[in-house]
Design a binder for this molecule. Structure first.
Ligand SMILES: Nc1ncnc2c1ncn2[C@@H]1O[C@H](COP(=O)(O)OP(=O)(O)OP(=O)(O)O)[C@@H](O)[C@H]1O
Length: 307
């Protein structure tokens, strides 16, 4: 895998009239899958389209595979795949025709037939684009983005509106692309999609990246996690606290129900269970509640992911 960033965005600004859609955005995406999350209107699509070379920036620097998407477009275009939200396809063209046409523009395309089957488009290959359902049009757009074996693919909400089966097929395709060394930048409103697919997540709010890291880092970073267990009432919580790392807290919430808050890692879990063993306590129930990406998102943006 390449070590230099696939996308580097510095101090990016984009205004539409008086509206500042992107406001000094900084983003460095490394090889692999990067998910860009953000509430509606956060500036995700604008940023992605500037990276694709479809929109110009007001100021700032954008490099994609080390190239300027506007100034070096002819060099960059054959190396990236772009999934358009809509349009870009002649409405009378058949799905398989379109895909074969795009494949012919590339030196080493994927097998068109296999890709069509893979995305569940086998039954509608001969159907005119305008007669495809929304989900089929979307899968065709995905196929067109990847058929040329690009080094980097931009996917703007690739699974929006897809049924669970088509969603799974899309996820599998993204995983296979990654395994083949293709990098993917995807925007999504689905937290599980980011958790399932992404090596890195960037959360954008009001035109800026508010946090960027692996899902594990984001869920860990500053987030307090909770371990709960139940045992006999009246255990010596002060003694348990002494065994725990300094930044933890422990309390008996209701008789027999205990909660430990802090950085919950395997070591801390071992400390709690070994303390229980030393004190002859057999916990009835022990559970670890991890901070999810959804919690991190809500904390940082104050908004639900889907509005
Ligand atoms: N062509 C345009 N003209 C005027 N305003 C625009 C245009 N495109 C986007 N905007 C505005 O810029 C802001 C950012 O939009 P953008 O589409 O980049 O956000 P987004 O994060 O992709 O949102 P969503 O999740 O809803 O797709 C929004 O307030 C939007 O209304």
């Amino acid at each position: 895998m390449r070590t230099e960033p696939v996308v580097r965005v510095q101090a990016l600004v984009k205004r539409y009239g008086t509206k500042t859609a992107v406001d000094g955005l900084e983003l460095t995406a490394r090889a692999g899958v990067t998910a860009v999350l953000g509430p509606n209107g956060a500036g995700k699509t604008t940023t992605i389209e500037i990276c694709e070379g479809y929109r110009g920036a007001d100021s700032g620097t954008v490099r994609v595979l080390g190239l300027d998407p506007v100034g070096q477009a002819s060099e960059l275009r054959p190396r990236i795949g772009v999934m358009l939200q809509s349009g870009g396809v002649y409405s009378g063209a058949r799905a398989d025709e379109m895909l074969r046409h795009v494949a012919r523009l590339h030196a080493h395309p994927l097998d068109v037939h296999a890709l069509i089957e893979r995305l569940g488009l086998g039954s509608c290959g001969r159907t005119a684009y305008r007669r495809l359902s929304g989900g089929q049009q979307q899968r065709l757009a995905l196929a067109m983005a990847v058929v040329g074996r690009p080094e980097l693919v931009f996917l703007d909400e690739p699974t929006a509106g897809l049924d669970p089966q088509a969603r799974r097929a899309t996820w599998d395709l993204v995983r296979d692309l990654r395994a083949d060394g293709v990098s993917v930048i995807l925007t999504t409103h689905h937290m599980d999609e980011a958790e399932q697919l992404a090596d890195d997540v960037a959360i954008i709010d009001a035109g800026r990246v508010v946090v960027h890291g692996s899902p594990e880092e984001l869920c860990r970073g500053g987030a307090e996690n909770t371990l709960r267990f139940s045992g006999r009432p009246g255990l010596d919580v002060a003694s348990l606290l002494k065994a725990l790392p300094a930044d933890s807290s422990a309390a008996e919430l209701t008789p027999g129900s205990y909660r430990v808050v802090g950085k919950i890692d395997p070591q801390l879990l071992a400390t709690v269970t070994s303390w229980c063993a030393q004190h002859g306590v057999m916990p009835d129930r022990i559970s670890v509640e991890r901070h999810t990406l959804e919690d991190v998102f809500l904390e940082l943006t104050g908004k639900e992911l889907r509005s």
